[in-house]
Write a protein that binds this ligand. Structure first.
Ligand code: PNS
Length: 162
């Protein structure tokens, strides 16, 4: 059975992430959406908030679970018995960094493959940072995040707060 990890900060989860989760869940038997707890990077949402938002959107998928990890992704993948890491690629600009990470991860463990899914072109401009920036200046983010996430983002960074 292929156990697959889709890692990220998910700060917050966007429709682009959800598209990858949806498509990967149809290709692989078991998908673990793994949220990075990074003590070196201040996230807008706490780890618990990010996990809760993800759980609220993945519950219809019976083969998807949400988990979190800290430290090296490859060590987490080993611990979970996963043999594939799935990443979304939005544009050429993502490629260089993702390529470097995939090679570094392969150097650390050559039995774990990184595979890429091209983003749906509808979502290729969306990132968690763009969502927060648009919301903070009063822009409409309804088409960028799942409905359950919309209010959480507006409460946290929406222009009405300022
Ligand atoms: O959503 P993001 O912030 O682009 O996700 C990046 C993530 C979490 C996939 C990446 O930063 C990661 O894997 N971090 C864990 C530490 C690690 O293993 N780094 C790669 C070694 S080259």
């Amino acid at each position: 059975m292929s156990k697959v990890i889709y890692p990220g900060s998910f700060d917050p989860v966007t429709n682009g992430h959800l598209d990858i989760i949806d498509r990967a869940s149809k290709v692989f038997e078991h998908l673990i959406v793994a949220v990075l707890e990074n003590p070196r990077k201040q996230a807008s949402f706490s780890l618990e908030e990010r996990v809760d938002m993800l759980n609220s959107i993945v519950f219809p998928y019976t083969n998807v679970e949400v988990d979190c990890f800290r430290g090296l992704l490859i060590e987490y993948a080993q611990k979970r018995g996963a043999n594939i890491i799935i990443k979304g690629l939005r544009a050429v600009s993502d490629f260089e960094f993702e390529f470097q990470m995939a090679l570094a991860n392969r150097k650390l463990n050559c039995n774990i493959e990184t595979m890429f899914m091209m983003t749906n072109n509808m979502y290729s401009f969306i990132s968690s940072s763009i969502v927060k920036e648009v919301a903070s200046f009063g822009g409409d983010i309804r088409d960028m995040v799942p409905p359950q996430v919309y209010s959480k983002v507006m409460d946290k960074v929406g222009a009405s707060r300022y």
